[in-house]
Design a protein around this ligand. Structure first.
Ligand SMILES: Nc1ncnc2c1ncn2[C@@H]1O[C@H](COP(=O)(O)OP(=O)(O)O)[C@@H](O)[C@H]1O
Ligand SMILES: O=P(O)(O)OC[C@H](O)CO
Length: 494
């Protein structure tokens, strides 16, 4: 008899619930967007209640979209936007402040001040694999405790809990019975020692965070608690959890050292499986937990690009050059080739490997015959050139990606994927199922539940939809990439 798995994918702009059959098929999906709040320049917040409401709505709607009932569901997996920070009262469940989102830069000053201590900066990188940056949860928790009246005293008294979105959802789904996270989400807090797999007491002291606020850290396939029967009418075990980018690594079946995936959504996150050893980057890539199964950690290198699909949104909403993202493909095909136009989409600075927060965007090489097609093509190409930067950084760290699997909204664009293969000089593979984050969460839950016996099951289920093969000669590729590097050099601030 077919077994069914429910996956919650709680992303930055929307929440999805997806039901998978045990052969990997998607049976039904429901999605809800929720509001983004920008209370000040550089601040990004979510209302935890709005996140919760969107999740609960999709949990009901996904059953409306198919013939199954909750009795058909064997297990539940969760994947989530990472780093986003919630602090709540453990007695009332009430958050003390809105969720501070991963994109929020309000703690940049704190990070700059701490960065004067070179030994601390080095300690953070050695211990957590991360860079001292507002992106991660640690300074966000510290900010809440410092800025919400009475919060520090309540935290010291043991009344407040901290969680990333997985933990917050587990807490609410279980009716406040379970305060847990998984090793991938913990590895994005800047409070977690990725070598010992423990919360780090020195960092908790540095960021003045009481240890009692922290969730227990579990494997990605583990017992996280049961969804309370009040919610869906039946208890369902939560048995798989991973941050969304790591869940995509799992969902893309990148289980061998050297396999990489790149997710092209709003931003782009490229993650390379580096096996048992945490490889320390000399090129400002992040070392992170890829997944942890049966207590065994598989490490990964990660490069984060802030503007991927968001560049296309800007072409649509900011410049109004296009009506929808899909149009870009036909326009780019019409663009003059080798036109020497480069767009550097540093709207909020540059991410990996530059980490240049003050850089700002530019379009270079305009001539009288530049038209909309050329500008659109340059926007699409910028995402590929940034991926090339990450590939180069990984290679220079001694970790050449041998396979690149792609997913996310932008991966649907054949022209972009073709150019990506051209500029990387490597094959790019797109799977049939592109909901890879949810696949990863469902797979982890199914693994713990005993529906799947091991990672080999997913390796065999993964199906390729398209392979994009490089067409440019090495010299054409090198010339194009030199042009990109020159353009980036023009806008760098640090
Ligand atoms: N055919 C396309 N060509 C280029 N970009 C696209 C295309 N379709 C969607 N996108 C871009 O992909 C993004 C949406 O991808 P998605 O994976 O849903 O993102 P997220 O999960 O971050 O919200 C949007 O920013 C959109 O501009
Ligand atoms: O929600 P997404 O897909 O934009 O992913 C966000 C990342 O997890 C942030 O690190």
């Amino acid at each position: 008899m077919t077994q069914y798995i429910l996956a919650i994918d709680q992303g930055t702009t929307s929440s999805r619930s997806i039901i998978f059959a045990d052969d990997g098929r998607i049976v039904a999906m429901a999605q809800r967007e929720f509001s983004q709040h920008y209370p000040q320049d550089g601040w990004v917040e979510h209302q935890p209640q709005a996140i919760w409401d969107s999740v609960v709505s999709t949990l009901h709607e996904v059953f409306d979209a198919c013939d199954l009932t909750v009795d058909d569901i064997a297990t539940l997996g969760i994947t989530n936007q990472r780093e986003t920070t919630v602090v709540w009262d453990k007695h009332t469940g009430q958050e003390v402040y809105p969720a501070i989102v991963w994109q929020d830069r309000r703690t940049a000053g704190t990070c700059r001040a701490l960065a004067e201590d070179a030994e601390l900066v080095d300690y953070i990188t050695r211990t957590t694999g991360l860079l001292l940056d507002p992106y991660f949860s640690a300074t966000k928790v510290n900010w809440i405790l410092d800025n919400v009246e009475g919060a520090r005293a309540r935290a010291a008294a043991g009344d407040l809990l901290f969680g990333t979105i997985d933990t917050y959802l587990i807490w609410r789904l279980t009716g406040g019975q379970s305060h847990k996270t998984d090793a991938t989400n913990a590895s994005r807090t800047m409070l977690f020692n990725i070598h010992t797999q423990q919360w780090d007491s020195r960092l908790l002291e540095t960021f003045a965070i009481p240890p009692a606020m922290l969730p227990d850290v579990m494997d990605c396939a583990a017992e996280f608690g049961d969804v309370s029967s009040d919610l869906l009418g039946k208890r369902i075990p939560i048995q798989g959890v991973a941050g969304d980018q790591q869940a995509a690594l799992v969902g893309q079946a990148c289980f061998e050292k050297g396999m990489a995936k790149s997710t092209y959504g709003t931003g782009c996150f490229m993650i390379l499986n580096t096996g048992d050893e945490p490889l320390v980057s000399k090129n400002r890539l992040l070392t992170t937990v890829g997944y942890r199964l049966n207590g065994k950690v598989t490490y990964a290198l990660e490069g984060s690009i802030f503007m991927a699909g968001a560049t296309i949104q800007w072409l649509r909403d900011g410049l109004k050059l296009i009506d929808n993202a899909a149009e870009t493909e036909a326009l780019a095909k019409r663009a003059r080739e080798d036109n020497g136009i480069f767009m550097v989409p540093a709207f909020t600075g540059l991410g990996a490997p530059y980490w240049d927060p003050d850089a700002r965007g530019a379009i270079l090489g305009l001539t009288r015959d530049t038209g909309i097609s050329e500008i659109v093509a340059a926007g699409l190409q910028s995402v590929c050139y940034q991926t090339k930067d990450l590939q180069k950084a990984m290679e220079s760290d001694g970790a050449r990606p041998v396979t690149l699997r792609v997913d996310g909204g932008m991966a649907k664009n054949d022209w972009v994927m073709g150019f990506l293969a051209d500029i990387l000089g490597a094959e790019v593979k797109r799977p049939t199922i592109t909901e890879t984050t949810a696949v990863g969460a469902a797979f982890l839950a199914g693994l713990q539940h005993g529906i799947f016996t091991g990672v080999d099951t997913l390796t065999h289920c993964w199906q390729c939809d398209s392979v994009f093969t490089p067409r440019l000669t090495k010299s054409q590729r090198d010339t194009a990439y030199e042009g990109w590097k020159a353009a980036v050099a023009r806008i760098r601030c640090s």
